[in-house]
Design a protein around this ligand. Sequence first.
Ligand SMILES: [Fe+2]
Length: 255
Amino acid sequence: MRKLVWLTDLHLVEQGRDWPHGIDPLARLRYCLDEIRALHSDAERLVISGDLIQIGNPGAYGILRSELDRMPMPYHLLTGNHDNRAALLASFPELSSAEGFIQGVEDLGDMRLLYLDTLAADGKHHGELCPIRMRWVREQIRSADERPLLIFLHHPPCDIGVPALDRLRLFNSEELGDLIRARNGATHLFCGHVHRNASGLWAGHPFATLKSLHVQFDLDVTGSGLTRSIEPPGYGIIFIGPNEIILNYRDIPAL
Ligand SMILES: [Fe+2]
């Protein structure tokens, strides 16, 4: 089986800055990358689905670059609501795309990996796909034909049942849903942003969300504000076979 490794919501900070929630995000990232080097060095890609830095810490992209450049496999980065495209591109110029967004597509064997940029134009915390991005997404999904398609995006396109998180999901996801619903080939969405593991069906195909490597948010089904959870951090290992896509969730110690 082919193997991918998936991380999300690192929330790295610049040297000397306060740690969000009192948790050292770099210590957790280093633990995770060490484990991946030891156990999953055969993964074909390492994907990080956004919130690479804590908002207002653009210098942290340089820290991320030096950590990732020690990994044996190629990596791909997405934007989240805490990210800054210009600062991200300054450290990772290879992520630039003709459309001006941090979005990309890769064909790995007979499967297509699609990396979306759902950062809102107004810098707010919900997600969006403007008409320019939607046109590109439409072309990539249609030209995938019936090949397996794995779509990575920061903001989930649907609710997960936690009101404080659901109000910050991808807005106006109907067209994306129509494109996915029309597909015949295997399709799976992988989303960050909610700092929780959740999975289900949307637009006729499976989706999963993933724990942050940093703080977790609680399964608070009534509150209107974000509540921190005691759950440990984690990441994902994705196996792809001829007729299956399998996500394994892996916790790491809450350093
Ligand atoms: Fe986040």
